[in-house]
Write a protein that binds this ligand. Structure first.
Ligand code: AMP
Length: 396
């Protein structure tokens, strides 16, 4: 697969797909602009080469129709500030007007197209929509790692209609960090998995058991495993359908020699609320009708020992309901330990990166992925459709 620096783009029309799916608050103000900042190396390179930059992106899930609150205007405004030049979003992403605009671009100019997902053709990977986008460009650059696990018109379909396709610099960074963490890691490699989407993460966990030396499971995930070992976990989050699978993972782990760690104590409450009364108990003493919402101090100490020995750490999913103060200690304590460690540390997007940001440790983590789902699919060993499309294009 080619990257941007290997393609001649001087003076050419370059269509770049970015992941600008940023969180907006109720005033449509961007709450976290890291995905926009992460695109700057690619944007600056294209402009420095005097190419004509056509920006495409999506925001939210408008479902194939125009949703005013999901226009890309706030993103363009932030990008204007970051680049110190005026950038406006066009009213649409396809149509004769846009074609005219693109045909008349001057070197170093930018055309920023409106939310791709205002058209059904985007998520349906419709070939005529992909063709309409592809017609604008001499070169296609995919820098939207966060969307790479999706097979959409702007990241897969389009590659059939542009002569030259390549990955952008963010895509390169993401894939290189992934490789150094999971393909050729400095050992011991410690994997930490938490959060609540047990079904999404179990397959990734199965693969991690094959490559990691030590695996820590915390957060909501842990209770399905504890229950599979016969521990009474009260009303804690458990996916009953996955108990057998959890048992299989534990059996596999014990055969393979991988060290596997579950919480030994937890913070429990009767409800997931900031006013709830809490207790810290060993996992064997979870009270019926109470639920585990964070790892306890003994688990933090145990997990910290494991983290201390690591040379590579890969982490996805918080250790508890960190959005509520009473259940946030475990996640924050672990983040500080990971940040202080001497290991290569990689955080796999999603909620964990929000927690890292809140803990003020963003600068002390080696790499924070911009893609939650895409990162997990890579860990799971799946091929990402967008990457496969770029590879195919490079072979043409
Ligand atoms: P995920 O998207 O799978 O990374 O899950 C993140 C969510 O998991 C966060 O919003 C946490 O509040 C939630 N979470 C973490 N630990 C628990 C737990 N013990 N019980 C319920 N939810 C949890």
């Amino acid at each position: 697969m080619k990257y941007l620096n290997e393609v001649d783009i001087k003076g050419k029309k370059v269509l770049c797909r970015f992941d600008f799916n940023v969180p907006l608050d109720e005033h449509l103000t961007i709450a976290d602009d890291r995905r926009i900042r992460a695109a700057l190396p690619t944007i600056n390179y294209v402009l420095d080469e005097d190419a004509k930059l056509i920006i495409t992106a999506h925001l939210g899930r408008p479902g194939g129709k125009v949703v005013e609150s999901q226009r890309l205007t706030p993103v363009a405004r932030r990008l204007s500030r970051l680049l110190d030049r005026e950038i406006v979003v066009e009213r649409d992403c396809i149509g004769d007007d846009i074609q005219y605009l693109v045909d008349n671009m001057t070197p170093g100019s930018i055309v920023f197209l409106e939310n791709l997902r205002f058209h059904k053709g985007e998520t349906e990977n419709d070939s005529s929509f992909a063709k309409a986008l592809g017609r604008y460009a001499d070169v296609y650059v995919d820098d939207a790692f966060g969307n790479a696990h999706r097979s959409h018109a702007s990241n897969v379909g389009i590659t059939k209609y542009v002569k030259e396709c390549c990955g952008g610099f963010l895509m390169k960074r993401e894939l290189n960090y992934f490789k150094s963490a999971l393909k050729k890691p400095y050992r011991p490699l410690v994997a930490i998995v938490g959060g609540s989407k047990v079904s999404d993460k179990l397959a990734a966990l199965v693969n991690l058991v094959n490559v990691a030396d030590k695996v820590i499971v915390g957060g909501g995930m842990a209770f399905t495993f504890l229950k599979s070992l016969g521990v009474e976990v009260g009303t804690s989050l458990v996916d009953e359908n996955l108990i057998t699978m959890a048992q299989k993972v534990i059996r596999k782990v014990s055969k393979s020699g991988v060290k596997f760690y579950l919480p030994i104590d937890c913070v429990i409450a009767q409800k997931k609320s900031k006013t709830a009364v809490t207790k810290i108990v060993p996992v064997q003493e979870i009270i019926p009708n109470w639920m585990g919402l964070d790892i306890g101090p003994a688990s933090i100490r145990l997990f910290s020992e494991v983290i201390g020995s690591a040379r590579t750490i890969v982490w996805n999913g918080p250790m508890g309901v960190f959005e509520i103060d009473a259940f946030s200690r475990g996640t924050y304590a672990m983040i500080h330990r990971v940040a202080d460690s001497h290991a290569l540390t990689i955080i796999g997007g999603g909620d964990t990166d929000v927690a890292v940001h809140r803990a003020g440790e963003t600068d002390n983590i080696s790499y924070i992925s911009t893609g939650g789902g895409a990162f997990l699919d890579l860990v799971e060993g799946k091929k990402l459709p967008a990457i496969e499309a770029l590879k195919k294009c490079s072979k043409r």
